[in-house]
Design a protein around this ligand. Structure first.
Ligand code: ZN
Length: 666
C-alpha cells in the first residue's frame, strides 16, 4: 500500500482561509464520512477525558470542556447539511443519510451516558449562584437533554422507551408514505399535483370540479383504503402519550411545551382561542363579501337560485373580491425589486436600525459560483461576521428558503470571540436572458425574513455555542425573522432600495399603498385556517393515554372524525372553512417535528408584532429602542429564558391583539 498517494482530509486540517471560511474547493464527497467518523472519535475521547477527571465535577471541568468539544463535527456538519440542500444529488443524499445515522447513534450514546449524567446532575443540583445566567441556561439545557430522553428511568422502562421511539419513527414514516400515495392519487384523478391545489381552486370556473377537488383534497388519508391514516395517527398519539407519561408528564403537549417558551398547554390554548375568535368574525365578513359576488352570478343565471358559498367556492370568489378591492399588478412592482436592490435594502435597513455595515468580499472560497459573500462590521468597525447569499434556484437545490450557519458565534477555549459565518439560501426569481432578477412581493418578504435569522446569528454575543445565535426555542426562533419583515415596505427603507432597474426612479407612493392594502386581503380566512390547525394539533396532544385508549377501542375511523368535528365546532370555525391541515394529512404533526408545536408560527408572530408596536409607539427609527432590541434579543440568543428577555424588552407579556391589529382583524 502506498500511503503517499493519500490526500489530506480538509476537515481534519486547520482552515487558513480568510475568516476561516470553509475551503470549499478542497472538499470532495469522499471527505465527509471519514471526517464524521474522526469527529465522533474526537468527541468520544474528549468526553472520556471529562468523565475520567478525578476532581469533583464543576461547571469548568465538565460543562465548559464539553461545550468546547466536537470541533471536527461542527466543521463537517456545517458544510455537509448545507450543501446537501443546495448542491445535493443521489450521492450526497447517501452520504448525508449515513452521516445522520452515525450522528444519531453518537448523540443517543451521549444523552444515555449515566456517568456523564451523574456529573451534570451533581453540578445542576449544587449551588448555581456563582454561575452566569448564560451558564445556568447551558447547564439546564444539557440537564434536560438527559432527563427528556429518559436517562433517569430504570432499565426496563428505558427498553420500553427505546421501543416506543423506534415504533413512532416507523409509524411516522408510514404516515408520510401513505400521504404521498394519496397525493399521487389526487394527481392522477385531477391532472394537477396537490401543490397546485390552491391555484387551481382559485381559477377553476367549473363548480362541480371544484367540489370534487375539495372533497378529494380534504379526505386524503381518510378513504378507508390501504393508505388510510386514521388508525396510524391514533397509534402515534397513543405512543407519544405513553412516552410523556413515563417521563412524568400528564400529556404529550405538556412534555413538549415544558421545553418551549410557552411552557404550558394552557398558555397556548388561551392565545389561540383569542386569535381564532377574531379570525372567525373576520372570515364571516369575507364570506358576506363573496356571497354578494355569487349573488350577481345567480342573477346572471350562471348559478341556480339560492346558491350559497361553500368550502369549494372560497378561493374562487375570494379571488374575485381581491380583483375588485385589493388589486395589485405585480408586473408593475417587480421592476422596483431587482435582486441587487432588494439585497441592498436589507443591508440599508440594518444600517439604519442597528448601525451595522456590510461590504462585498471578493476572492474568498464559495461552495457554488452563484454564492456572493459579504463582510459585516459593527459601527466601530469591529467584525461581526461573514454573510453569504445564494438566492436563485438550481436543479440540485431543495425548495424554500432558509438560513444556515457554517460556523456559530462562540468564545473559544482562550476566551477569544469567534465570529459566525452565515448563509441565506432561497429560490427567488432568477435573471432571464433579457432582464435582471426581478423579485415578487413574496420574494422581497422572504429576503427580509431570512436576513432576520441572519442578523440573529451575526449579532450574537454569547459565550457558549449551544445557546448562541438562533439556538433558541422552536416557538421563539421565528420572532426575529418575522420581525425583520416589518421593515421591507416602510417608505424610508423603500426609498433606499426600491428603485426601478432601468430608470432608478423610487417606487411611487400609489404602488406602495396598493402593496399595503393587498396585504390585508383574505386575512380572516388565512388566520382562521392556520389557527384552526394549531388548535387541532394541541387538542390531539392534550389527550391522555387513557383518553386515547378509549378512542382506539370501537370504531377508530368514526372516533377520529368525531373528535376533529367536535374540536372545530368548539372553536366556532365557520362552515365554509376547514383547518389548513386535517388530521389524516397533517404531516407537520404526524411526520415532522411540529407536534404540539404548530402554534409556533402564530406565537412568534404575536411576539414580532407586539415588539414592533413598541417601536411604533416610540418612533420606528428610535435608536434607543433599536439598541434595546439588539442587546436584549439579537445578542443574547438562548442565553436567558425567552419570556424573561421579552419582559425585559417590552415590560409586559406579549399581547395577541398586536397580531390581530397587524392582520387587520380588529
Ligand atoms: Zn424563518
Amino acid at each position: 500500500m502506498t500511503a503517499c498517494t493519500q490526500t489530506k482530509n480538509p476537515f481534519l486540517q486547520e482552515w487558513d482561509t480568510p475568516y476561516g471560511i470553509p475551503p470549499f474547493e478542497k472538499i470532495s464527497l469522499e471527505d465527509y464520512i471519514p471526517a464524521v467518523k474522526a469527529g465522533i472519535e474526537q468527541q468520544e475521547k474528549e468526553l472520556e477525558a471529562i468523565l475520567n477527571n478525578p476532581e469533583a465535577p464543576s461547571f469548568k471541568n465538565t460543562i465548559d470542556v464539553y461545550e468546547q468539544s466536537g470541533e471536527i463535527l461542527d466543521k463537517v456538519t456545517g458544510v455537509l447539511y448545507n450543501l446537501q440542500e443546495t448542491d445535493g444529488g443521489d450521492e450526497m443524499e447517501k452520504i448525508a443519510e449515513e452521516a445522520t445515522e452515525l450522528l444519531t447513534k453518537h448523540e443517543n450514546a451521549i444523552s444515555m451516558n449515566k456517568k456523564f449524567f451523574g456529573r451534570v446532575k451533581s453540578i445542576y443540583e449544587a449551588d448555581q449562584s456563582a454561575l452566569t445566567r448564560e451558564q445556568q441556561m447551558v447547564l439546564k439545557n444539557l440537564y434536560k437533554s438527559f432527563t427528556r430522553n429518559g436517562v433517569d428511568l430504570d432499565d426496563a422502562s428505558q427498553e420500553r422507551l427505546k421501543e416506543i421511539n423506534v415504533k413512532i419513527a416507523g409509524l411516522q414514516q408510514k404516515f408520510g408514505t401513505n400521504l404521498l400515495a394519496e397525493n399521487n392519487a389526487f394527481k392522477d384523478k385531477f391532472g394537477i399535483p396537490v401543490s397546485s391545489y390552491t391555484d387551481e381552486m382559485t381559477t377553476c370556473e367549473d363548480r362541480t370540479r371544484r367540489e370534487e377537488m375539495f372533497k378529494a383534497y380534504s379526505s386524503r388519508g381518510n378513504n378507508g383504503n390501504e393508505y388510510d391514516n386514521k388508525a396510524l395517527a391514533l397509534e402515534i398519539l397513543k405512543l407519544r402519550a405513553e412516552k410523556a407519561d413515563m417521563l412524568g408528564f400528564e400529556t404529550f403537549a405538556a412534555y413538549e411545551l415544558d421545553d418551549q417558551m410557552a411552557k404550558e398547554p394552557a398558555a397556548v390554548d388561551k392565545f389561540l382561542s383569542e386569535i381564532q375568535t377574531a379570525a372567525n368574525a373576520k372570515a364571516k365578513e369575507e364570506v358576506a363579501d363573496m356571497q354578494k359576488i355569487m349573488d350577481e352570478d345567480v342573477a346572471a343565471g350562471k348559478l341556480p337560485k339560492g346558491s350559497r358559498i361553500q368550502p369549494w367556492d372560497w378561493f374562487f370568489y375570494a379571488e374575485k373580491v381581491r380583483a375588485r378591492k385589493y388589486a395589485l399588478d405585480e408586473n408593475q412592482t417587480k421592476p422596483y425589486f431587482q435582486m441587487e436592490n432588494v439585497r441592498h435594502g436589507i443591508f440599508a435597513a440594518a444600517h439604519k436600525i442597528y448601525g451595522i455595515n456590510v461590504e462585498p468580499l471578493e476572492d474568498v472560497p464559495v461552495y457554488n459560483p452563484a454564492v456572493e459573500t459579504f463582510k459585516v462590521t459593527d459601527s466601530d468597525g469591529s467584525l461581526l461576521g461573514i454573510f453569504m447569499t445564494d438566492y436563485f434556484p438550481r436543479p440540485t437545490k431543495r425548495g424554500g428558503a432558509w438560513m444556515n450557519a457554517f460556523r456559530e458565534q462562540y468564545q473559544d477555549k482562550d476566551g477569544k470571540d469567534v465570529r459566525p459565518i452565515i448563509v441565506n439560501v432561497g429560490n427567488m426569481a432568477s435573471p432571464t436572458g433579457t432582464e435582471p432578477a426581478l423579485f415578487s412581493i413574496d420574494n422581497v418578504e422572504t429576503v427580509f425574513h431570512e436576513f432576520g435569522h441572519a442578523l440573529h446569528g451575526l449579532l450574537s454575543k454569547c459565550a457558549y455555542k449551544s445557546v448562541s445565535g438562533t439556538s433558541v426555542k422552536r416557538d421563539f426562533v421565528e420572532t426575529f425573522s418575522q420581525f425583520n419583515e416589518n421593515w421591507a415596505f416602510q417608505p424610508e427603507i423603500l426609498a433606499e432600495y426600491a428603485k426601478h432597474y432601468k430608470t432608478g426612479e423610487v417606487i411611487p407612493d400609489s404602488l406602495v399603498a396598493k402593496i399595503t392594502n393587498a396585504r390585508k386581503f383574505n386575512q380572516g380566512f388565512m388566520t382562521a385556517e392556520l389557527c384552526a390547525a394549531s388548535i387541532l394539533d394541541m387538542k390531539w396532544h392534550e389527550l391522555t393515554s387513557e383518553d386515547l385508549k378509549k378512542m382506539s377501542e370501537g370504531d377508530q375511523a368514526s372516533n377520529v372524525a368525531a373528535f376533529e368535528e367536535k374540536v372545530c365546532k368548539e372553536m366556532g370555525l365557520p362552515d365554509e372553512i376547514i383547518p389548513r391541515y386535517r388530521t389524516t394529512y397533517f404531516n407537520h404533526i404526524f411526520n415532522s417535528g411540529y407536534c404540539a408545536g404548530y402554534y409556533s408560527y402564530l406565537w412568534s408572530e404575536v411576539l414580532d408584532k407586539d415588539a414592533f408596536e413598541f417601536f411604533e409607539q416610540n418612533g420606528i427609527y428610535n435608536p434607543a429602542i433599536a439598541s434595546k432590541f439588539r442587546r436584549t434579543f439579537l445578542e443574547r440568543g438562548g442565553s436567558e429564558e425567552p419570556m424573561v428577555l421579552y419582559m425585559m424588552f417590552r415590560g409586559a407579556q406579549p399581547d395577541p391583539g398586536a397580531l390581530l391589529r397587524a392582520r387587520g382583524l380588529e
